[in-house]
Ligand binder design. Structure first.
Ligand SMILES: Nc1ncnc2c1ncn2[C@@H]1O[C@H](COP(=O)(O)OP(=O)(O)OP(=O)(O)O)[C@@H](O)[C@H]1O
Length: 235
């Protein structure tokens, strides 16, 4: 279980994340909702270790969350366009490698086989050698998922991963993300602005308003009205 307790992150006078506590189970997908500026990105960055919280603890199965335990998928994938899909996925594993390998970007045959497997998991093994810059938006986001998986995370995070995709492609990418989380028994947490898409993949909802957690409930117990309350607008 991922346990977040009393998490706080301030930027000057702004409480971006204010005393947040929640638990998430492995093998289930949680969706993070909230208005723009409510603290979603800050929370995800704290979980991924990109931001250092001012206070609070983040534990996985009782131990402090390690540097490589969580992988974050960004809105635009944060991929290198000039490199192939396979090379981008391989780069995802570099944080686990020794410093000299990381420096040289040198990969073993076993690493390459594993990276192809990750592409296979998102139905993109056929695109392994293609330049990422030549792929469609949906394919790029699936490379982003494969890259994150190659970090071998136990917590898979995504910050508005389908914001730039059409609804049909967005849904396919999210379904792929949710199925990977469930199959590989990961803790999944994804921020989304599209409540309808959220409803199709969420096992659980977390809602933020002004940095505070105002919703923490199983998807079965959440109706559109409750989500509207998080956004402070009628459903
Ligand atoms: N590096 C930073 N320096 C100063 N203030 C910041 C920084 N990052 C975020 N903030 C502030 O913290 C608050 C939360 O921002 P955050 O980006 O986490 O919100 P969000 O819910 O992800 O928004 P969006 O949906 O627009 O991405 C905002 O008031 C924002 O202006």
């Amino acid at each position: 279980m991922l346990s977040v307790t009393g998490l706080e992150k301030r930027y000057g006078a702004v409480d971006a994340v204010a005393d947040i506590s929640f638990d998430l189970e492995p093998g289930s997908m949680a969706v993070l909702v909230g208005r723009s500026g409510s603290g979603k990105t800050t929370l995800l960055r704290c979980l991924n270790g990109l931001e250092r919280p001012d206070s609070g603890t983040i534990r996985l199965e009782g131990e402090p969350l390690g540097r490589t335990d969580a992988a974050l998928i960004f809105q635009e994938g944060a991929l290198l366009d000039g490199k192939s899909a396979l090379e981008n996925v391989l780069d995802g594993g570099l944080a686990r490698e020794s410093a000299w390998r990381e420096l040289l970007g040198w990969h073993t045959a076993a690493e390459k086989r594993a990276a192809i497997e990750r592409l296979h998991a998102v139905d993109l093994a056929g695109c392994a050698q293609q330049r990422v810059g030549d792929l469609s938006g949906g394919e790029r986001q699936r490379v982003g998922i494969a890259r994150a998986l190659h970090q071998e995370p136990r917590v898979l995070l995504a910050d508005e991963p389908v914001a730039s995709l059409d609804p049909v492609t967005a849904r396919a990418v999210l379904e792929r993300l949710a199925s990977v989380v469930r199959r590989e028994d990961l803790v999944g947490l994804v921020s989304l602005h599209q409540p309808r898409l959220a409803g199709e993949i969420a096992d659980r909802y977390l809602g933020l308003a002004d940095g505070r957690l105002t919703l923490d409930a199983a998807a079965a117990d959440v109706d559109p009205e409750r989500i509207g309350e998080v956004y402070n607008v009628p459903a």
